[in-house]
Design a protein around this ligand. Structure first.
Ligand SMILES: *Cc1c(COP(=O)(O)O)cnc(C)c1O
Length: 365
């Protein structure tokens, strides 16, 4: 049996540090924000190479607040892709703005920069690239288009903690970068969590105000804000886990290289290699025909897999009112039919990877 993800073995490897960090929060009784969260914000900003990190209660909240801090609201358009987790698009809609979608490039599975200009309208305010599966989007091209048209770039880096585009960290290239610390992410809390990183003092201060009910001091509300604060315990846990992130990401890259070496020669379409920078393989997704059938046979033979994502957001029933029908984004739709995510977590062993590959090859009709 090979699980898709194994969070228990990672906890066991850092248990003493985690248990001590949690005990310190309980002892201090700083359950919401507090010094553990502030410490994590400093460390995470420095890790990302930005001046600020603002910790919040989820990746979705991070996206929502980043868009609001950028001044986006009703009457504005934000450009992103349909091949993402639904939260990227939901966060745009929360602000009252319209989500305008562009297809992915099959060579990267990220937003196709050549298609952005055709999607711009006089209302376009921002571009939200999503670093899908932990591979950074083509940021040079996206930044060029944004600069040419005076648009703000907000990165959805929820799958890309520690990923690099050349030597620039995911999250540090746009005006703001948004992270999720959902437990299964490369840097995961033991509950919900998120953060926005930015170099701009004004954005950071607006984000801090908005996450805590729009207060600048107690019961003095200068904006209509939210309860989006991070828990003290999550800040403490993330502070411990951040110290291991580079090692864990390196393990993921080693596992991806082994999958590539075993699968590519046998004709499997492996994730496109990123030439400049570092993919962090939040997800290792191959593309295969008859995916559903292969997945079912693998499951019967003890290999757990997943699909990120089977149905692009524009074809989800809840988002039909975005106004795009089947065929609107053929590359995203084809990827949704063919993607199969193989087991990927730092503690995966070589013999598990070999077993996944053997079973997968034997399951292809
Ligand atoms: C996980 C994820 C989010 C949402 O993060 P939550 O912490 O679950 O709210 C947003 N965008 C992408 C691309 C994600 O993978």
């Amino acid at each position: 049996m090979v699980p898709f993800l194994d969070l228990k073995s990672q906890y066991r490897s850092i248990r003493t540090d985690i248990d001590e960090a949690i005990a310190r929060v309980l002892e201090s009784s700083q359950f919401v924000l507090g010094s553990a969260v502030e410490g994590f914000e400093r460390d995470f900003a420095s890790y990302c190479g930005t001046r600020h990190a603002v910790a919040v209660n989820s990746g979705t909240s991070a996206l929502h607040l980043a868009l609001l801090a950028a001044g986006i609201g009703p009457g504005d358009d934000v450009v992103t892709t349909p091949m993402t987790f639904v939260a990227s698009i939901a966060a745009i809609l929360y602000t009252g703005a319209r989500a305008v979608l562009v297809d992915i490039d099959p060579a990267t599975h990220n937003m196709n920069p050549d298609r952005i200009e055709a999607a711009l309208t006089p209302r376009t305010k921002a571009i939200m690239p999503v670093h899908l599966h932990g591979r950074t989007a083509e940021m040079d091209f996206i930044t060029d288009v944004a600069n040419k048209h005076g648009l703000i770039v907000i990165e959805d880096a929820a799958q890309a903690h520690g990923a690099c585009y050349r030597d620039l960290k995911a999250g540090s290239m746009g005006a703001m970068g948004c992270f999720s610390f959902y437990p299964g992410k490369n840097l995961g809390a033991y509950g919900e969590g998120g953060a926005v990183v930015t170099d701009r003092d004004d954005y950071a201060s607006t984000l801090r105000t908005l996450r805590d009910w729009g207060m600048t001091r107690k019961y003095h509300h200068v904006m209509k804000g939210f309860n989006y604060r991070m828990d003290g315990i999550q800040g403490a846990i993330l502070g411990v886990k951040l110290r291991h992130l580079d090692t864990w990401n390196q393990s993921r890259r080693n596992h991806a290289a082994r999958y590539d070496a075993l699968l590519a020669p046998r004709g499997v379409v492996c994730p496109p290699v990123q030439k400049h920078g570092h993919h962090v393989y939040h997800v290792y997704a191959v593309r295969i025909a008859q995916r559903d059938r292969v997945q079912k046979i693998m499951q019967e033979r003890g290999i757990a897999t997943n699909i990120h994502y089977p149905c692009p957001v524009h074809l989800q029933p809840a988002y039909a009112d975005l106004g795009y029908g089947p065929g609107a984004f053929p590359e995203s739709e084809a990827a949704g039919r063919e993607f199969l995510s193989l087991p990927m977590f730092p503690e995966l062993t070589e013999s598990q990877i070999d077993a996944v590959c053997d079973v997968m090859m034997a399951s292809i009709p």
